[in-house]
Design a protein around this ligand. Structure first.
Ligand SMILES: [Zn+2]
Length: 656
């Protein structure tokens, strides 16, 4: 990665003046009807290529880097000028992680109590209790589960009113496939992993570390053997397994589940969703049968790995990474609402939120109009779709309320203890949700993240403050451009609530199909023309776009564009928009849409993208405008222009 040129690229965008203005001009040497993407983006792309923006990245990558800098500065400010007790705490938390001299000096001393407790595990009941007391807290992605099991407290798949405990597999140091693969590359990865484990066991004072490390790798292989595949774990119809407390001893015999659940603080909970039942059963069997020494060694290795960010690199065997970045990320995760709140206060004021909310509600209104005339929906489905749209909870910028951290004790110089206390607080807060009604306004993403999320269960979506910034959205800028860019993106996401993805979840976020077979057949038929149109586009020799592979996403692009355009026109109340820099409102709307997708992309990256991505490549995404009559009128596109489509060749998926 070329980091330095990227910094230059960010400066170009961030500093107003002639440098920033130039890339925002259209390329008048290109006719919009021949190459609309080039017309809107050629100057910006030339600037970025010169500045060295990495291959296959665009506006979002630039904003992510910009926000990393902002978050780093905010957290540095917590130490220098805290605006609240929580900010002071976050500053202290961050500083303790950066005190590497102290971390090196302490070595494993801060973990001695936990290591001694593992060493004392002499019977299976104690083992079950340890596992229960050391569940990873996950966000539903499965990516934070470094213990054998993780939990995510979230609404159940079938009961939208109450929270359930989702149990998710984890606990592996390598990819699942690496444990059984006998190819030379996997063998080398296992050998390298064993060497790292041996170093950790040696640092923990264990005898015969090399042999015991081999045993740990073999033991993890037994856990890997009962893990579900990534595909099965991502399939909600396979993870939808409701278990009661009693089910554990019947379906996963061998573990003292009473001891496990009591240690987990879940002895009274009776609502579990077990994502990988085979893994839970297999794990219980390992608890019953596997010798205790590899179990203890395995738990030692997992414990140290889990706390690696607060331990010396010489002990954990971790590559010497960027401690500064780790400290920022750990602080963000420990006190997310302190960072999110400070970000919003600085970069997304209430006026920006109010302005974005007006746009969001106008998109909702325009979407209701569209659903009323969507030809592929039968009448019953249309009623359900409209109810689902009305119930959709759309969060804009940042959540309505913030968590505070007066319950968190942050101690200067105790990096590891701080991490542990922050994790315990997050865990207690997650468990405290059990028994409360589900809050669909709860945010699933950080305000400073650059993104949008449609959660489906609950029926909610969020548009982060990190995303709602120029060039996607400017609260004080041009309405036409805001609708063409952020508005089209918002409407794209909303459309997934009603497409084959959203068909899995009803208006309360329950897992249930709500289309009829009639809708299904008509939706498929409506999309066929779009797939054919896409398939005719071959951006490179021998590389044609794959209509079926991208159909869901390109349908969402098209309806997103149509709905946002309708919302934009409605916002004008029958007036014509003003002309800015010689461009009409409609022209600025479509140009902003084409800019939404711009991305530096080499031919090699484009070829890979076409083969594997579920979305159209950037130029083709921008060219969705060919299907809207208004685009032809805005730019005077005529027969003979390269992008011209005869009116009956313009595809409508979501209209009559
Ligand atoms: Zn999408």
């Amino acid at each position: 990665m070329r980091l330095l040129p990227l910094t230059v690229a960010i400066l170009l965008l961030a500093v107003p003046g002639p440098l920033a203005a130039a890339p925002d001009a259209v390329e008048t040497a290109i006719r919009p009807g021949d190459d609309f993407y080039g017309y809107a983006n050629a100057r910006w792309l030339a600037e970025q290529e010169q500045a060295g923006l990495p291959d296959n990245s665009g506006t979002t990558a630039v904003l992510i880097e910009r926000n990393k800098t902002r978050v780093r500065e905010l957290i540095a400010g917590f130490s220098a000028r805290p605006a609240s007790a929580d900010e002071r705490k976050a500053g202290l938390f961050h500083a303790s992680l950066l005190d590497t001299a102290r971390i090196e000096r302490l070595g494993l001393a801060p973990l001695q109590g936990d290591l001694a407790a593992i060493a004392r595990i002499a019977e299976r009941r104690q083992l079950a209790a340890w596992l229960g007391a050391h569940l990873s807290l996950d966000d539903g992605s499965g990516q934070q589960v470094d213990a054998p099991l993780g939990i995510w407290v979230h609404q159940g798949f079938h009961d939208a009113d109450r929270y359930a405990v989702h149990l998710i597999q984890g606990g592996l140091g390598l990819d699942r496939a690496d444990y059984a693969d006998t190819g030379p590359a996997a063998l080398e990865r296992r050998a390298a992993y064993a060497r790292r484990i041996a170093a950790v066991l040696q640092a923990a004072g264990h005898s015969d570390p090399a042999a015991r490390a081999q045993a740990v790798v073999a033991f993890e292989g037994r856990i890997a053997a009962v893990h579900a595949s990534a595909a099965d774990s991502a399939d909600v119809h396979k993870t939808d397994n409701a278990w009661s407390r009693r089910d554990f001893s019947v379906r996963a015999a061998g573990m003292d589940w009473q001891a496990f659940l009591t240690a987990a603080g879940l002895a009274a909970n009776d609502r579990f969703v077990v994502w990988q039942p085979g893994m839970v059963a297999g794990l219980a069997q390992l608890v019953a049968e596997a010798p205790l020494e590899p179990w203890r060694d395995y738990l030692t290795v997992r414990l140290i790995a889990h706390h690696a960010d607060a331990l010396p690199g010489s002990v954990t065997g971790a590559e010497p990474g960027d401690r500064a970045a780790v400290a920022v990320e750990r602080t963000r995760r420990a006190m997310p609402d302190v960072v999110g709140r400070a970000y919003a206060a600085r970069y997304f004021q209430p006026t920006a939120k109010a302005s974005a909310q007006v746009m969001v509600e106008s998109i909702r209104t325009a979407f209701a109009d569209r659903l009323a005339q969507t030809a592929w929906m039968g009448d019953e489905t249309r009623v359900r779709a409209l109810a689902k749209l009305a119930a959709l909870q759309i969060g804009v910028g940042y959540p309505d309320s913030w968590a505070t951290y007066s319950a968190l004790n942050v101690v200067r110089g105790d990096a590891l203890g701080n991490l542990q206390r922050a994790e315990r607080l997050a865990y207690r807060r997650a468990l405290a949700k059990l028994g409360r009604p589900v809050d669909p306004g709860e945010w699933a993403m950080a305000p400073e993240a650059v993104g949008a999320i449609l959660t489906l269960s609950p029926n909610a979506m969020q548009f982060s403050a990190g995303l709602l910034q120029p060039p996607y959205f400017d609260p004080h800028g041009d309405t036409a451009a805001n609708f063409g860019s952020a508005g089209a993106g918002l409407a794209h996401e909303v459309s997934h609530s009603f497409d084959p993805v959203g068909n899995d979840y009803d208006s309360a976020g329950r897992l249930v199909h709500w289309w009829s077979a009639y809708d299904q057949a008509r939706y498929t038929a409506a999309g066929r023309a779009l797939a054919v149109q896409i398939g005719r586009n071959c951006p490179l020799p021998g590389s044609c776009l794959r209509g079926e592979q991208v159909l869901g996403e390109s349908s969402a692009d098209l309806v997103g564009l149509e709905v946002s355009y309708a919302a934009y026109r409605r916002s004008l109340n029958g007036r014509e928009d003003s002309v800015i820099d010689g461009l009409s409102g409609d022209q600025r709307f479509f140009i902003a849409f084409a800019r939404r997708w711009r991305r530096v992309q080499s031919d090699a990256a484009l070829r890979r993208y076409v083969e594997s991505d579920g979305h159209l490549p950037p130029r083709a995404r921008a060219e969705a405008v060919r299907n809207l009559d208004a685009w032809y009128a805005a730019f005077g596109v005529k027969p003979g222009d390269a992008l011209y489509l005869v009116p009956q060749g313009r595809v409508r998926v979501w209209t009559k």
